[in-house]
Design a protein around this ligand. Structure first.
Ligand SMILES: [Fe+2]
Ligand SMILES: [Fe+2]
Length: 238
């Protein structure tokens, strides 16, 4: 029998032959993505269309919302193929709660720009970690959605650059960053996570939560620095 980390699971049919620990671990990731992509689209991306200041901004925000709903649909479809019940992948129908970042009540365009700038950067790191996942249907989905997640983060940079052209816009964006950023480091999960240990054992994910969080903090600081902004100090996540 091959080493756990060397196992390559090419199809959903092959997944059925894997140990229970592997099947449960992959299922958790698919459920989490299906729930959070849908909830994010519902509470951030779709409402942001009404907040977008120009027809051009509305057009691109519609595209972002369409793609986020699309991400849910792709993970949901994979989950169904794996035999996961529909209700486990729909927020509100399952006891599993969406990530805490989504509890923020979106009220301004600057907040949405911040969410794309810094929230989708966090999502990019998560998707990057799946690009070499040993469960190929999930790896392929990560490779398929990655260009769109990059577009969402670039959307945040582009509209951020528009906002910082005026002192008022820059102040409003900095204020939004100060409000939203503190909830983002927790996106990477707890340190010494048992789930994460299992994901790495099987080559489903590559990095520890701590490594990903440290990388995220570095990349987030670089992104806001390009806009002449700063990150607020946040308590070091456990
Ligand atoms: Fe997404
Ligand atoms: Fe996104």
């Amino acid at each position: 029998m091959s080493e756990p980390s060397k196992v390559q699971v090419k199809t959903v049919a092959e997944l059925a032959e894997q140990p229970e620990e592997y099947r449960i671990a992959v299922g958790k990731l698919v459920i989490s993505h299906a729930i959070n992509e849908l909830y994010g689209a519902q509470v951030f991306d779709e409402p942001a269309v009404a907040l977008a200041p120009t027809p051009y901004a509305k057009w691109l925000t519609c595209r972002v919302a369409m793609e986020e709903y699309g991400h849910h649909c792709h993970f949901f479809k994979l989950g169904r193929e794996m035999g996961i019940p529909e209700e486990k992948m729909i927020p509100g129908k399952t006891e599993k709660r969406p990530l805490s970042i989504f509890e923020h009540k979106l009220e301004t365009w600057e907040e949405f720009v911040t969410i794309k700038l810094l929230g989708d950067l966090a999502e990019i790191l998560q998707v990057e970690d799946l690009l070499h996942c040993t469960f190929h249907p999930l790896r392929n989905l990560a490779r398929q959605t990655m260009p769109e997640e990059r577009f969402h983060a670039q959307f945040g940079i582009d509209f951020g650059q528009e906002l910082v052209k005026t002192p008022e816009g820059k102040a409003r964006l900095q204020e939004a960053v100060n409000r939203i950023f503190p909830s983002l480091p927790a996106f990477f999960g707890a340190a010494k996570s048992r789930n994460n240990e299992i994901f790495r054992k099987w080559g489903i994910k590559l990095r520890t939560n701590e490594e990903m969080r440290a990388d995220y903090l570095k990349r987030a600081a670089e992104v806001v620095a390009k806009l002449g902004l700063t990150l607020p100090k946040v308590a070091q996540a456990a």
